[in-house]
Design a protein around this ligand. Structure first.
Ligand code: NAP
Length: 249
């Protein structure tokens, strides 16, 4: 059991996959969770699962690739809940393709959704954390941002950018008791990876590069994330935790 002192979290991309698991894990620990996703149905369903299980959650539909939409949503939210103690920047997309075939739109959408969204959410929610002298920010990056991945120039650049942002903000916020860390998943079974995981031949080839010989579950990421958000992780900041079955050793 981890320690959380009546905290409130905002988790982006909480409608499905890893973000949904993070929201549910935090809620089980007694954290009130604001579940953000692009579609109202998706975050609404995720928040409903939490409340039906006895947890505290609300849904907030925001397109995180739109900085003005984040500003509007964050402003309204802070009117109601003046302090969000925990921010998990998890929303992400892929638009894969080799560089020569990658369109400007695919580059821009991936950078805006995965990276620029972290800048905007943090800018709005971190100030009250610094005033309260306590806060936790966790950015969900990727092994692709550490070692690169052919066909993912946009995604790898965005995820590597998140690591630079994490380390810089860890330095900027450290004196205020706000920690900033990143989690870098490998291949996790979610909607994002069904095209790999669902094809036996391709899946077997990928698993040859994974020493633990299995794909990760969303819970493998959410447990690491919950730890980083807890009281117990107060002396950890500016770090990137790879959770990938040993793939990028
Ligand atoms: P997923 O199953 O595809 O879910 C993505 C979530 O992000 C959804 O809830 C989606 O909202 C939300 N989202 C996407 N674009 C958005 C936007 N513009 N505005 C608001 N919300 C948006 O993905 P996942 O596999 O759980 O991935 C979660 C994070 O982990 C991502 O950052 C991803 O890059 C990272 N990651 C995943 C893996 C993996 O193997 N799965 C590996 C490394 C890193 P809707 O539900 O409304 O569509």
């Amino acid at each position: 059991m981890l320690t959380f002192k009546n905290r409130t979290a905002l988790v982006t991309g909480a409608g499905r996959g890893i973000g949904k698991a993070i929201a549910e894990t935090l809620a089980r620990e007694g954290v009130t969770v604001v579940c953000v996703s692009k579609s109202a149905d998706s975050c609404g369903a995720a928040a409903a699962v939490i409340t039906q299980a006895g947890g505290k959650a609300r849904a907030l539909a925001v397109d995180v690739s739109d900085g003005a939409a984040i500003a509007k949503a964050a402003e309204a939210l802070l009117q109601e809940i003046p302090l969000i103690d925990i921010l998990v920047n998890n929303a992400g997309i892929t638009r894969d393709g080799l560089l020569f075939r990658m369109s400007d739109a695919d580059w821009n959408d991936v950078i805006a959704t995965n990276l620029t969204s972290c800048f905007h959410w943090t800018k709005h929610l971190a100030r009250p954390m610094t005033r309260a002298r306590w806060g936790r920010i966790v950015n969900i990056t990727s092994v692709s941002g550490i070692v690169g991945n052919a066909g993912q120039a946009n995604y790898s650049a965005a995820k590597a950018g998140m690591i630079g942002l994490t380390k810089t903000l860890a330095r900027e916020f450290a004196s205020r008791g706000v920690t900033v860390n990143a989690v870098a998943p490998g291949f996790i079974k979610t909607d994002m990876t069904t095209e790999f995981v669902g094809k036996p031949e391709l899946a077997a080839r990928i698993l040859e590069a994974v020493p633990l010989r299995r794909f990760g579950e969303a819970a493998d990421i959410s447990s690491m994330c919950a730890y980083l958000c807890s009281e117990e992780a107060g002396y950890i900041t500016g770090q990137v935790f790879t959770v990938d079955g040993g793939m990028a050793m």
